[in-house]
Write a protein that binds this ligand. Structure first.
Ligand SMILES: Cc1ncc(C[n+]2csc(CCOP(=O)(O)OP(=O)(O)O)c2C)c(N)n1
Length: 432
């Protein structure tokens, strides 16, 4: 269907679109008779009726899903063609993640590590997206995406070593727990100032685009809270205007610590910012790993075939507290948490899906949970026994050559430890 408007013909796919265009902007007669304004900043029909658009001028972006609340495929044509091994790997990663979260969270409570963040309720976003990517695609994460790291092949041992900051932590204990990264697995080390990873990811995608025969895209994970930072807008805009092969994946879990989304933004969520800026945009049910998989696989195809940036808003719920520094019952009702943890549990839904396919059963499930738990406990005990990196390393690796003022600090610390070393647990550190 085409709508003639002055000299311009608007191509409209559906009657609904036509009706919306007319009702949003002006009466049909006004549009029919309008001439087109051709400004450098916009090309659009002139009208003689002033109308301010509001969030109600647009329909909400629909939430794409494949599975229903009971893990049943709703429309068989939408079920992705994923082999059994991959499906089981996705499920096992989700379970491993949930068990790691449980034990590491408790370990912080026992004073064994300083900080931790759980991923409960968002496991489906992690494995659904990770399974749809190539291992060579570059990952820029926020912090609540550990399932992506596990799926990529980072081991529980590597993750636990980072949280313990021991001598096997690649960051050598200089960062807080949960600041993971892996060159081997193409995961850029996380940094906690919110949204810093967003323009960086777009820049990396732009660099990849310039590589001849590029076959890698970038995926950038961020929360709804990070999307409230100015850097998010800069990232979206550069991604669109520079045609970058990047997937911007928003985990909209309803909260930025204690600030609920209703206080963070007006309008139709984070997804509503995509299309107007020039990003292909879709909204999916983030508690459904298959929906996330399909969206990311399609986005990857677009990114690589056409250097088309894509925004995916994955809707979920942050079931756990924001971090070990938070008590979420202070700002949200316990019933709300319970509802999302039971009715919309991604792990339960995905297990039911696998059971219906005949790929999984109760006995295997019990064994898997036990094995996943034991792996974390054993790894944690080993991590605790490992020495901490030599203390001097905390002052190294920032400058290629250590500047005199830092050399002075090293000397002061050496002298201090010579005199007062018995007051420090120096036996816990590796010798220099
Ligand atoms: C620039 C900046 N401002 C504030 C903070 C403190 N902070 C850490 S996490 C967080 C909430 C982020 O929420 P969201 O992006 O939705 O991710 P979620 O924790 O819900 O997964 C805030 C405000 C920060 N780290 N960086």
């Amino acid at each position: 269907m085409a709508l003639k408007c002055g000299v311009r013909v608007f191509k409209l796919n559906t009657i609904r679109q036509a009706v919306r265009l007319l009702s949003t902007h002006s009466s049909p007669e006004a549009v029919q008779n309008a001439k087109v304004g051709d400004f450098p900043g916009a090309r659009a029909p002139y009208v003689t009726e002033l109308k301010f658009l509001s969030e109600a001028s647009y329909d909400p972006i629909p939430i794409y899903r494949v599975l229903d609340h009971n893990g049943q495929v709703i429309d068989g044509r939408e079920e992705p063609n994923i082999d059994k091994e991959t499906l089981l790997n996705m499920y096992k990663t989700m379970v491993q993640l949930s068990q790691m979260d449980k034990i590491m969270y408790e370990s912080q409570r026992q004073g064994r590590i300083s900080f931790y963040m759980t991923n409960y309720g968002e496991e489906g976003i992690h494995v659904g997206s990770a399974a749809a990517l190539s291992p060579s695609d570059l990952v820029f994460a926020q912090y609540r995406e550990v399932g992506v790291l596990l799926y990529r092949g980072m081991t529980v041992t590597e993750i636990v070593n980072q949280c313990y900051g021991n001598c096997e932590d690649p960051g050598r204990g200089r960062q807080m727990p949960v600041h993971y990264g892996s060159k081997q697995h193409n995961i850029v080390t996380l940094s906690s100032p919110l949204a810093t990873q967003m323009p960086q990811a777009v820049g990396a995608a732009y660099a990849l685009k310039r590589v001849p025969n590029n076959d890698r895209c970038v995926i950038c994970y961020f929360g709804d809270g990070a999307a409230s930072e100015g850097d998010a807008h800069a990232a979206f805009n550069f991604a669109a205007t520079l045609d970058c092969p990047v997937i911007m994946l928003c985990r909209n879990n309803g909260y930025a610590i204690s600030t609920p989304t209703r206080e963070q933004y007006r309008g139709d969520g984070v997804g509503a910012r995509g299309a107007p800026l020039g990003l292909r945009t879709a909204r999916v049910d983030g508690t459904d790993p298959l929906a996330v998989y399909r969206a990311v696989a399609a986005a990857r195809g677009r990114a690589l075939a056409h250097n088309q940036p894509v925004l995916i808003e994955a809707m979920a719920y942050r079931v756990g507290h924001h971090s070990t520094s938070d008590d979420s019952t202070a700002y949200r009702p316990a019933e709300e948490i319970h509802k999302w943890n039971s009715e919309e549990s991604p792990i339960r839904k995905f297990r039911q899906y696998l059971e219906q396919k005949g790929y999984w059963d109760v006995e295997s499930d019990e064994a898997l949970f036990k094995e996943a738990r034991n792996r974390v406990v054993k790894t944690m005990q080993e991590a605790e026994k490992k020495k901490l990196p030599p203390w001097k390393e905390m002052l190294e690796d920032v400058y290629y050559e250590m500047p005199p003022r830092i050399q002075k600090q090293v000397k002061q610390m050496e002298d201090h430890l010579k005199n007062y070393g018995e007051h420090y647990p120096l036996d816990k550190y590796q010798p220099e």
